[in-house]
Unconditional design. Structure first.
Ligand code: MIG
Length: 749
């Protein structure tokens, strides 16, 4: 090996016989590793990382017997003569490294003969063919390592011993634990070690596979069908450090409009104006706080994007205006597929300007989605994104407040898109195979930037398909779940891992999308949903309706109780988004993120935290009225009874249908609003501080909740000091926005 390093630079180039490895130090804790095989020029442009993230960092390179070693203040990377890389923490302790020959013994890889495949295939058992992989790496795992992240995956919290695939997939069958892929591809994993933690972001949009110790508990593998091995290694003391670095690279969720944290009601579909108006009336009648109704595909004329059904929504502006005066906002769905129809302006203009994907011969590529034959905008190009963004005027001018992007994997009814359909990566021709996993990403970017130009408000975009970094543009939901208890259970690890992968603003369809809900399942789902960042009830056409008032008085009372609780806790949620901006930490957190050194949290799938002060242990089993709750070390208060409980073990909590076990950390200050039917200006009239015994400091953030004035300093930041003896001090750290009319302090005894 020969290496090149210039004193003062942050890049070290190492030449081996068959390849070059570039080590580019981004900051003390992050290094980019790019492997170029002979003949490869440079890696793909990053879709996830925008702008220059490199910080000036002092590095040192030392020659060693077997190679070289790079040092920063927070990590060491050794490159050995044989091409292996070893990653160590600041003291030189090994975190992980490329596998040494011979370390593979004990592999559980199970290769079948063609004959065996044909045999078991007769009953329909699936047999996967080993893919040809251009990119492959095997890295060591220790016995006690736990693995988290990977974006939106099914199954349990700790991904150790599982295998997942990155290929944005719309599979309408119920999402089982053995699904390898869902709608989003976030090729980022974190490993929690007995001492310290590390993360790796494999920045490659091609189809890839993470085998996380399934093949062999001693190592994990990463394969990608194409592209090059280009990844970011992050070292830290804890998972929170890694999340901070990863979101520092790929971006964080911008501060949302406050109302988007309220309750959303959806259904595929509210079919006409009368139905939508009635829905809003019912919210009032049944005293359900609600800020938003979602219009699914049937508001359009023949499913043509950016149109309104003349028959069913003849006066959208009037309808939305009237609803707006009642405090209700409208979000409309926008799919990528543009109906192939002469005379339809979006189609005609796009064809004329060559904005749609083509086949390899240059002919317009046509597949089928809701409108029938449809074409696919080429969102990888800036010009197409701008054009698409401008189309939203047709919706915004009618008063629409947010956009819901669906089907952007992209989905297709007439077979999958062939690999070679031509999509661009900005000005460079590329193909579906390479651009597939970023299709939804670029569509969200187009929508976000379009809304930002048309309106002064913080754009509200919801998307189904994503790549790493999409969190900068869009909120996410987990797609088509089902009204099944297994799916309610899965929502917790699924949302927690999404949160740890940058997607702080995420939710599941409350009540379940497909299949028929029961009243008990719906209530238990509200008890989880009201604590997830995106709180939306949504269900599929043909399934049992699941609006809150359809299950009798007692059930309505319980659902109302939890929606109201959400409205009370709004300032807490908003503060968590402020914190996310600063640190990258998610709103909904698995206990392992807050208590990583407590082994009991490593595989805890049925509890979570909201921020660091609220612990939620919902019932996710049918018929259960007691819950086994794990409380980590420390003092806790039962939110409902205010009973004091010492943590450090399991307790059995009473959990009749109207109780979701909820605990507050000693010393916490919970900011609350009085309950109201929707968010509006009156949000600044009164703040309630619920103060728990114990010492603690809490930061509370306040601004107008709608536009970007906070960037110019129009916000307040308060430091609230809980002395522990009933004394509360509130200091203003920053003053730039109007003050609360009234602040009420409630001391919990
Ligand atoms: O395949 O627009 O995930 O939320 O209601 C169905 C209709 C297409 C899938 C979305 C779902 C939405 C539905 N869409």
């Amino acid at each position: 090996m020969i290496y090149y390093f210039e004193e003062g630079s942050q890049e070290c180039r190492i030449e081996f016989q068959d390849r070059t490895i570039l080590l580019t130090v981004i900051n003390e804790a992050v290094c980019r590793i790019t492997t170029l095989n002979k003949g490869e020029q440079k890696p793909q442009r990053s879709a996830a990382i925008e702008g220059d993230k490199q910080k000036q960092t002092a590095i040192r390179i030392q020659k060693e017997e077997t190679g070289i070693r790079l040092f920063t203040d927070k990590m060491q990377i050794a490159a050995e003569e044989d091409g292996r890389l070893l990653f160590c923490n600041r003291t030189g302790r090994l975190l992980t490294g490329y596998l040494r020959a011979g370390e593979e013994s004990g592999s559980r890889e199970n290769e079948l003969t063609e004959q065996q495949k044909a045999f078991i295939g007769r009953e329909g058992h699936e047999t996967a063919d080993a893919a040809e992989n251009a990119v492959s790496v095997k890295m060591t795992l220790d016995e006690s390592d736990c693995i988290y992240g990977l974006g939106d995956k099914t199954g349990v919290l700790n991904k150790r011993e599982y295998e997942y695939e990155m290929w944005n997939t719309d599979n309408p069958a119920p999402h089982e634990d053995n699904f390898k892929a869902l709608y989003k591809s976030v090729p980022f994993m974190m490993v929690l070690k007995e001492q310290g933690a590390y993360g790796i972001f494999f920045d490659n949009t091609e189809k890839s596979v993470f085998n996380l110790g399934k093949e062999n508990t001693k190592y994990f593998t990463y394969h990608a069908v194409d592209g090059c091995l280009d990844y970011y290694f992050m070292a830290g003391d804890d998972l929170s450090d890694i999340i901070g670095e990863y979101t520092g690279l790929t971006g964080r969720v911008p501060l949302p409009m406050l109302w988007t944290l309220g309750y959303h009601q959806s259904r595929w579909s509210y079919m006409n104006e009368a139905e939508v108006r009635e829905l809003a009336e019912n919210m009032k009648k049944y005293e359900i706080p609600c800020d938003c109704i979602h219009l699914d595909i049937d508001y359009m004329e023949q499913y043509k994007v950016f149109t309104w059904s003349r028959e069913n929504f003849s006066e959208p502006e009037k309808m939305i205006g009237d609803l707006g005066r009642q405090g209700m906002k409208i979000v409309t769905i926008v799919d990528p597929g543009v109906k192939k129809e002469e005379g339809y302006s979006v189609f005609e203009e796009g064809v004329e300007k060559k904005y749609f994907a083509t086949d390899a011969q240059g002919n317009l590529y046509v597949n089928e989605v809701w409108p029938g034959d449809a074409v696919y905008p080429d969102f990888g190009r800036a010009e197409v994104r701008e054009w698409w963004g401008r189309q939203h005027e047709a919706l915004l001018e009618k008063g629409v407040s947010g956009i819901w992007n669906d089907m952007n994997e992209p989905a297709s009814f007439n077979g999958p898109l062939p690999d070679d359909v031509v999509f661009y990566d900005e000005e460079t021709p590329s193909c579906h195979k390479t651009m597939h996993n970023v299709y939804g990403h670029y569509m969200s970017k187009a929508t976000y930037e379009g809304l930002q130009k048309l309106d002064n408000k913080r754009p509200f975009v919801i998307t189904r398909a994503c790549y790493s970094g999409t969190q900068k543009y869009a909120v996410v939901w987990t797609g088509d779940n089902n009204s099944l208890w297994t799916h309610l259970r899965m929502a917790i690890p699924q949302l927690c891992n999404l949160g740890m992968s940058g997607f702080a603003f995420a939710g599941t369809d409350v009540g379940g999308f497909g299949s028929d809900v029961t009243s008990e399942l719906l209530i238990r789902w509200y008890q989880v949903g009201c604590f997830s960042a995106l709180f939306r009830n949504h269900s599929a056409m043909g399934t049992r309706r699941q609006e809150p008032w359809l299950f009798g008085d007692e059930n309505l009372r319980i659902i109302r109780k939890y929606i109201r609780l959400r409205y009370e806790l709004l300032p807490y949620f908003y503060d968590l988004f402020y914190e996310h901006q600063k640190t990258g930490l998610p709103v909904m957190r698995p206990l392992v993120l807050e208590y990583s050194r407590d082994k009991n949290t490593h595989n805890l799938n049925d509890e979570f935290m909201v921020g660091s002060n609220l612990l939620v242990s919902p019932v996710v089993e049918q018929g259960q009225v007691k819950k086994l709750v794990y409380l980590p070390e420390g003092t806790w208060y039962d939110y409902w009874t205010k009973e004091r409980i010492e943590g450090g073990g399991w307790i059995v909590a009473d959990a009749p249908l109207d109780i979701c076990p909820l605990y507050v950390k000693a010393g916490a200050v919970l900011p609350k609003y009085p309950v109201r039917s929707h968010i509006d200006e009156s949000k600044d009239e009164k703040l309630i501080l619920e103060v728990y015994p114990g010492e603690g400091t809490y930061y509370h953030y306040q601004d107008n909740g709608t536009d970007f004035a906070y960037e110019k300093g129009e916000y307040n930041l308060y430091r609230i000091i809980n002395s522990g003896n009933g004394d509360v001090k509130m200091e203003t750290e920053h003053q730039g926005y109007r003050e609360y009319g009234d602040i009420e302090i409630i001391s919990v005894k």
